[in-house]
Design a protein around this ligand. Structure first.
Ligand code: DLZ
Length: 161
């Protein structure tokens, strides 16, 4: 569960949305889920004052490709990148490889770019659990990822970075 202040969208810093460019990279695997994450993320960005023309959406095949997609978006001068995917466990170890690669890669890309690169990847055992996290009883993890991006950008702005 998200913490209280976070789920209420409260940050310790003020976000200055003017002139920000935000990248969103979306995996096509489990598209029926990732499109809901995308809608949730875009809604939050609009609410926080990011204009549609300053949101760059890039679609990639699967969650494994999210880090490379994020790298491409940072090369387009994005101030933050939100990575959206959904990995549902199957009968093979593929799940673990894809999840680990996505998590490690997203962290690495963000640290290399020295900018927020947010892990908005749902990793679940079942389809039902994924639905619950894409606008169901556990909220929308795409929206939470967008809030995380806004918070981290505001932290950088607070430090004048
Ligand atoms: C191959 C694969 C499998 C089995 N499952 C998923 C999944 O649940 N979610 C996801 O985003 N991607 C999956 N992929 C695709 C990989 O992420 C990747 O696109 C391919 O292995 C090609 O590199």
């Amino acid at each position: 569960m998200a913490t209280a202040s976070f789920s209420q969208g409260q940050f310790p810093y003020i976000l200055h949305p003017e002139n920000l460019k935000i990248g969103v990279v979306v995996a096509d695997w489990n598209k029926h889920i990732t499109e809901k994450l995308l809608i949730g993320a875009i809604k939050i960005l609009h609410e926080r004052g990011i204009q549609q023309q300053n949101i760059e959406i890039l679609r990639v095949p699967g969650s494994f490709e999210l880090p490379h997609g994020a790298q491409m978006l940072f090369n387009e001068n994005c101030d933050a990148v939100i990575c959206l995917g959904c990995v549902i466990q199957g009968d093979t170890p593929h799940f673990d490889f894809v999840c680990q690669a996505a998590a490690d890669g997203i962290l690495q890309v963000g640290l290399t770019a020295e900018k927020p690169c947010v892990f908005g990847v749902i990793t679940t055992l079942t389809e039902e659990q994924a639905q619950e996290r894409a606008g169901g009883k556990h909220g929308n993890k795409g929206a939470e990822a967008a809030l995380t991006a806004c918070w981290m950008i505001s932290a950088r702005q607070h430090l004048n970075q």
